[in-house]
Every structure is written in C-alpha cells, then in structure tokens.
Design a binder for this molecule. Structure first.
Ligand SMILES: Cc1cc2nc3c(=O)[nH]c(=O)nc-3n(C[C@H](O)[C@H](O)[C@H](O)COP(=O)(O)OP(=O)(O)OC[C@H]3O[C@@H](n4cnc5c(N)ncnc54)[C@H](O)[C@@H]3O)c2cc1C
Length: 215
C-alpha cells in the first residue's frame, strides 16, 4: 500500500508541476516483506528511479504533525504523513464477545455466518473465514456479496444457505502512478505500462456498473 501511495503522490506532484516533495517510505523490516522479491524488486526499481527514498529496517515509534521518530532514535521532519501499516478488523467483535479469528476478525463458517450466532453474517475485511485465511482485498468482498445477500434472505425465509467459495487465485496489480504497475498472477510477474493498463481496464469496467445515469 505504501508503494501505491508513494507512486501516486509522485504522480500528483508531477502532473501539477509543483515542487517535487521528498517522498520517504519507512518499513519496519523489508520493503513489501509480505510479497516475493520478484514483486518488491520491480516495485522498488520504479520508485527509486523517481527518487522515492525507501528506508528498510526503520521501525517508526512516534508520528506527530511535523515529525516521524524511529525506534533507532532518528527523526525526520514531515509535512504530510500517510499511514499504511496494514488492515486490522475493528475490535468491536471481540469486545462484543463474538468468536473471532487470530486477526480479531468476526469468525465465520463456510456460509459467512458467525460460528456462534447463526443470525449474524459478515464479509469483507472484517471477517476471518474459518476454512482458510483470506487476504484483505476487495476481490473477496465482491465475491462474497451475492453469497451474503442470498444467505441473509435464506436465513429469514428458513431456506438452504449457500457456501462461499473463495475461487481461483486473484489477479494482483499494484498501481504505482505515472501509468505504471506491477502485476502478479500465479507464477507470472511483470511490471510496466501493460500491467497498469490491465488494472485500469478491469477497475474502470467494474466501476462503470455502479455509475448513476445522468441526463
Ligand atoms: C488505497 C487502497 C487501494 C486498494 N486497492 C485494491 C485493489 O486494487 N484491489 C482490491 O481487490 N482491493 C483493494 N483494496 C482493498 C479493498 O479496498 C478492501 O479490501 C475492501 O474495500 C473491503 O471492503 P469492505 O466492505 O469489507 O470494507 P470497507 O470498504 O473498508 O468498508 C467498511 C465500511 O464500514 C464503515 N465502518 C467501519 N466501522 C464502522 C462502525 N463502527 N459503524 C458503522 N460503519 C463503520 C467504514 O466507514 C466503511 O465505510 C485497496 C485498499 C486501499 C486502502
């Protein structure tokens, strides 16, 4: 996420012809440590060409309006800070006494139904899917929607519930700004304009379905 934010802040400054700010990414350990080096290397190459400063093993301890302080004691002056430290479900589930998964997301069975309270259903980033842990990406939220709708209606009408199938491995494309991206699908990884064009085409087509028709 930090890579996408840095890339798009760079694009914003470039497109507006304003003074190019110093853009720094602070990583607690390795940059994009959750992903393979084939992906992080490509992303790094694009960002470093734009002079984005990537500081690895630089765990942040404190953020104020004007400064970032690292655990090491170093400090950096800032104008804007973007937090991109990962997605965590709200503590509301655990605090309410509902069963939760290791990430504190609402623990749901194959029907996207709370394992303890059959009248509660959930989907998207806030759940922990009991059958297999799922990444916190919109792809799953979108795939879960029709199942959720069906199961909510079925539960009220006492009809059969539908199991959720996460489906095939999703296409991952990072939008690095400047019309560039890095794409991963199964073992295929590549970067450049084509990767961005594919993402842009898919996202635009999807969003068009939800546009209001204005006359
Ligand atoms: C910058 C960025 C880029 C991304 N790009 C992609 C991408 O390219 N492809 C992809 O698949 N995924 C992407 N994701 C991830 C994707 O956006 C999420 O996985 C998806 O939005 C999850 O949907 P959701 O409905 O579960 O949660 P959200 O979209 O986060 O919606 C949750 C809603 O609940 C509201 N809410 C929270 N707490 C409460 C409360 N107590 N009471 C009432 N309302 C509350 C919030 O305000 C919010 O409106 C991206 C995420 C970010 C941040």
């Amino acid at each position: 996420m930090s890579a996408e934010i840095a890339g798009n802040v760079w694009q914003l400054a470039k497109n507006n012809g304003v003074h190019m700010p110093v853009i720094r990414i602070f990583c607690a350990t390795r940059f994009m440590g959750r992903f393979s080096s084939a992906i992080s290397r490509r992303v790094k190459t694009v960002l470093e060409k734009r002079k984005v400063d990537i500081l690895e093993n630089s765990r942040v301890q404190k953020v104020t309006d004007t400064e970032i302080a690292l655990v090491s004691g170093e400090t950096y002056d800032t104008d804007f800070t973007f937090m991109a430290a990962g997605v965590k479900p709200s503590p509301i589930f655990a605090e309410s006494g509902l069963p939760v998964g290791p990430d504190k997301g609402l623990l749901v069975n194959q029907y996207l139904q709370s394992v303890a309270y059959p009248q509660i259903f959930g989907g998207g980033d806030c759940i922990y899917f009991q059958n297999q842990p799922l990444d916190k990406v919109g792809v799953y939220a979108v795939r879960q929607n029709p199942v959720l709708l069906h199961n909510l209606m079925a539960a009220m009408e006492e009809k059969a519930l539908m199991p959720f199938d996460p489906g095939p491995q999703y296409l991952l494309v990072f939008n690095l700004g400047g019309g560039k991206g890095v794409l991963k699908k199964k073992n295929i990884v590549f970067g450049g304009r084509l990767a961005f064009t594919i993402k842009h085409y898919i996202d635009t087509k999807f969003m068009k379905k939800f546009q209001a028709i204005e006359k």
